[in-house]
Design a protein around this ligand. Structure first.
Ligand code: GTP
Ligand code: MG
Length: 337
């Protein structure tokens, strides 16, 4: 930037940074989506096209910012979780929040017609905020809060709209009946009066959507769209994947070479060459260390193995409150505490 007499005004700019070594969560939320969804005739209470569009926009954000480890979305909101040691924009709050929300909004607007076959008739807008969570428990509690919110709202809305649409009740009447009811009562109304088993409804509606990155085997023959979903299963990183892929020719070759080398080396191994040579404890340890090093010189092996995988963003409708999800994907999530 060229210097000018006016440049001093830059010093008036201030910025905040997000605390180091904490999970940064940026949550975006649709602005005036009650009106936006009504205006674009979204189905009530859930429009799969709208939710899939939200997921698509979230995927674009994750593709753009690779330090995001997980995203969770429901209704008109999405939370993006950055890994603890994220360094994006030196953790400057305004930069991170504004870039995430503008990326999401742009993707939402661009892809809108792919899902609704028309252009949006007015501008979709999202607000955004950032918070820092110091440990994994706080992060889990944050995500639990959002998923419980999804459950409470969705059960209420499903009941409400079923009573209005199928039960021909006025919105006022439905509201009156549902006032102060607990979940059990709502489940009973749905099941007894309308034959709907809430637990059987689309998991995407009941649990929201969770996007994470997993390693998948690169498949030369599969096109990007039609990938085998089984390959998107989480893979235990490096050592495990090395074990799993031993049949791979490249690694087998490398291992064979290493074994041959080891055999050659053994012929010059002082402990074998001269059986009556006395080897001290320290020397034995040194030789063992050398061998171990050779065997564990798997850096090359790991590099080859790693190149066989690529990172892929997958969308799940799992229960993220229970431990099962976190146990299943702990390697993919590379949790830091
Ligand atoms: P602000 O966020 O304060 O600007 O208000 P808002 O109008 O966006 O409402 P809020 O964020 O509290 O709630 C989201 C609203 O989006 C819901 O109340 C619904 O009206 C609407 N919405 C979200 N998803 C869907 C959907 O799949 N179908 C329909 N019909 N509406 C939806
Ligand atoms: Mg909103």
């Amino acid at each position: 930037m060229a210097c000018s007499q006016y440049e001093y005004v830059k010093k008036f700019e201030t910025y905040q940074t997000l605390l180091p070594n904490t999970y940064i969560v940026v949550r975006i939320d649709g602005k005036g989506f009650t009106k936006f969804t009504a205006n674009h005739n979204f189905e009530k209470p859930n429009d799969k096209r709208g939710l899939d569009l939200m997921n698509k926009a979230a995927e674009s954000v994750m593709e753009t910012f690779n330090e995001i480890m997980l995203a969770y979305g429901q209704s008109d909101e999405f939370s993006f979780v950055f890994k603890k040691d994220a360094e994006l924009y030196q953790r400057r709050t305004e930069k991170i929040v504004s870039c995430v929300v503008s990326c999401f909004t742009a993707a939402y607007a661009i892809h809108f017609s792919d899902y609704f076959n028309v252009k949006p008739s007015f501008l979709p807008m999202f607000d955004a905020r950032a918070a820092c969570y110091p440990d994994f428990k706080n992060l889990r509690d944050y995500l639990n809060w959002r998923q419980v919110d999804c459950h409470i709202n969705n059960l209420y809305n499903t009941c409400f709209w079923t009573m209005v649409q199928k039960g021909n009740m006025t919105p006022q009447k439905a509201q009156e009946i549902l006032k102060d009811t607990l979940s059990d009562r709502k489940n009973e109304i749905l099941f007894n009066d309308y034959g709907i088993n809430y637990a059987k409804l689309e998991p995407q509606f009941r649990k929201g959507s969770t996007l994470i990155r997993v390693l998948v085997l690169k498949d030369k023959h599969a096109n990007k769209e039609g990938e085998n979903s089984e390959q998107a299963e989480p893979l235990k990183k490096t050592q495990k994947s090395v074990e799993d892929q031993e049949s791979n020719t490249e690694s087998v070759k490398l291992q064979q070479n290493q074994e041959e080398e080891e055999q050659k080396d053994n012929s010059s191994d002082p402990s074998k060459e001269e059986s009556n040579t006395v080897i001290t404890k320290g020397e034995k340890k040194f030789i063992a260390g050398q061998k171990k090093q050779k065997k564990f010189n798997t850096k090359q092996l790991e590099k080859i193995e790693k190149s066989k995988y690529r990172s892929k963003i997958i969308t799940l409708s799992d229960d993220i409150i229970q431990n099962e999800f976190w146990d299943k994907y702990k390697d993919s999530l590379k949790l830091q505490d």
